[in-house]
Ligand binder design. Structure first.
Ligand SMILES: *Cc1c(COP(=O)(O)O)cnc(C)c1O
Length: 404
C-alpha cells in the first residue's frame, strides 16, 4: 500500500537527519522560519502592495510585508526592495520584463561554466525570449576573464549584463562588472542567490552601488524560506514592482513574507557574521583536505561556500560519484566543469557545498573527516564493504550534529 504523505514527511525528516548534504544550494532553515512558512498567513490573499491591496483583511499582512521591506533594504544596502518573488526564476523573469523587450540582447554566464538556466540558456524562457550572448570562464584558470567580458560587451552592446553563478567557487568582482556595464550602456543585474549569506555576513563584497538590480533567493546561504527578493536602485523601483505584480505574479505568499522578515532579522545579527565566516572556513578546510587526497579542484580552491571537483584523474564520472556517495549517505550533485567533454547527464565533475553541514554545527575537523569519507568511496565506488563502512561513519557523525 502507498505510504501516506504524513509518513513520507517523517521519512524525509529522517533522511535529512541521517545523511550529510553537501548540496551547495541547500540549507536548513531554523524552526521559527519553518513555523512562519506554515502559519495561518498561508490562508490570506493580498494582491498588490501594503496599503494598496485588492482584497480586505490585510491589517497584519501589510505590517508583515512592511517589516520585511524595511529590514531587507538595510540588509542588502538597497534603495528599494521587493520581497514578493515566489522564487529565483520568476524573480529573474520580472527583472528582464522590467528592463528589456523581447528580442533585446543580454549577456550572462553560460550554464556549463557555472551560470544559471535563467542567465540565457536556450531551454529556458531567458534564452527563448532574448538574444543572450554567453560568457564563460578561462579554460586554464577556471576564473572569470573580465577583459574578455568587457570586449564582448563592447561588441554586442547588451541592454542587460547578468553576473552571478551557481557553480563558481571564487569571489565575483562586482565593481569591475559595474564598470563594464557602464561603458557598454547596459544595466548590471547581480544574481547573488548562492552567495547572499556570505555577502550580508561580511565574507564577500556587496553588489551595490555597482549593480542596478540585485536578485537573490532566500533559501540558500541566507538560511531563509524558499523564495526570492529583488533589490534595485530608486530609479527602477516602479518598473520592478510593476513587473513582479501584476506582470509575473498574482498574490504574494504572505506566510513566506513573514518567514523572509525573520530570515533578514537573523541575518542582521552578529551570530550570522560568525556563521558566514564558518561557512568559508569549512569550505576551505574541506578543499585543503580534498587536495591532499589528490582531488583536482577547479580554480585550485574556494573563497565561497562551494567547491567544484574535476574527477577526470579519478577514473569515475560525476554521475557514478553522485550515485556511490549517495549510497553511503553523502548527498551531492554531479556538475559540468568548464569545457567538459562529457554530457550534462553524466558530466566530469561534482559540486560540494557546506551551508547545510555548517548550519548543523560542523567545523573544520568534520570537514577533514568528510573529505576522507569521500575519498574512500571514490576510490572503491562498487565495494559494498566500503560503502557500508562509510555509511556507518556518516550515521555516527550526523547523530552528533542533529538538525534542530
Ligand atoms: C537558485 C538560483 C536561481 C533560481 O532559483 P529558484 O528558486 O530555483 O528558481 C537563480 N539564479 C541562481 C544563480 C541560482 O543559484
Amino acid at each position: 500500500m502507498a505510504k501516506s504523505i504524513k509518513q513520507l514527511l517523517k521519512d524525509e525528516d529522517k533522511r535529512q537527519q541521517e545523511t550529510i548534504s553537501l548540496i551547495a544550494s541547500e540549507n536548513i532553515a531554523p524552526p521559527e522560519i519553518r513555523q512562519a512558512a506554515g502559519s495561518s498567513l498561508m490562508n490570506k490573499y493580498s494582491e498588490g502592495y501594503p496599503q494598496k491591496r485588492y482584497y480586505g483583511g490585510n491589517k497584519v499582512a501589510d505590517v508583515v510585508e512592511q517589516m520585511a521591506v524595511a529590514v531587507g533594504r538595510k540588509l542588502f544596502r538597497a534603495d528599494h526592495i521587493n520581497v514578493q518573488p515566489y522564487s529565483g526564476t520568476p524573480a529573474m523573469m520580472a527583472i528582464y520584463f522590467a528592463l528589456m523587450k523581447p528580442g533585446d540582447t543580454a549577456m550572462g554566464m553560460s550554464l556549463p561554466h557555472g551560470g544559471h538556466l535563467t542567465h540565457g540558456h536556450k531551454v529556458n524562457f531567458s534564452g527563448k525570449l532574448y538574444k543572450f550572448v554567453q560568457y564563460g570562464v578561462d579554460p586554464d584558470s577556471g576564473l572569470l576573464n573580465y577583459d574578455e567580458i568587457e570586449t564582448m560587451a563592447k561588441i554586442f552592446k547588451p541592454k542587460v549584463i547578468v553576473c552571478g553563478a551557481t557553480a563558481y567557487p571564487r569571489q565575483i568582482d562586482f565593481q569591475r562588472f559595474g564598470k563594464i556595464a557602464k561603458k557598454a550602456g547596459a544595466y548590471l543585474v547581480a544574481d547573488i542567490s548562492h552567495i547572499a549569506g556570505l555577502i550580508v555576513g561580511g565574507q564577500h563584497p556587496y553588489p551595490f552601488p555597482h549593480a542596478d538590480v540585485v536578485m537573490s533567493t532566500t533559501h540558500k546561504t541566507l538560511r531563509g524560506p524558499r523564495g526570492a527578493i529583488i533589490a534595485c536602485k530608486a530609479s527602477l523601483a516602479a518598473a520592478i514592482d510593476k513587473a513582479v505584480f501584476p506582470g509575473v505574479q498574482g498574490g504574494p505568499h504572505d506566510n513566506i513574507t513573514a518567514a523572509k522578515a525573520l530570515c533578514f532579522q537573523n541575518a542582521m545579527k552578529p551570530e550570522f557574521k560568525r556563521y558566514a565566516a564558518q561557512i568559508v572556513k569549512n569550505a576551505q578546510a574541506l578543499a585543503r583536505a580534498l587536495q591532499k587526497l589528490d582531488f583536482n579542484l577547479i580554480t585550485g580552491g574556494t573563497d565561497t561556500h562551494l567547491i567544484l571537483i574535476d574527477l577526470t584523474n579519478k577514473n569515475i564520472t560525476g554521475k557514478e560519484a553522485e550515485t556511490a556517495l549517495g549510497k553511503a549517505g553523502i548527498i551531492l550533485n554531479k556538475n559540468m566543469i568548464p569545457n567538459d567533454l562529457r554530457s550534462p547527464f553524466d558530466p566530469s565533475g561534482i559540486r560540494l557545498g557546506v551551508p547545510v553541514v555548517t548550519s548543523r554545527g560542523m567545523k573544520e575537523s568534520q570537514m577533514e573527516q568528510i573529505a576522507l569519507m569521500i575519498a574512500k568511496v571514490i576510490d572503491k565506488p562498487k565495494s559494498k564493504s566500503v560503502l557500508s563502512a562509510v555509511k556507518k561513519e556518516v550515521a555516527a557523525c550526523t547523530k552528533k550534529f542533529p538538525i534542530k
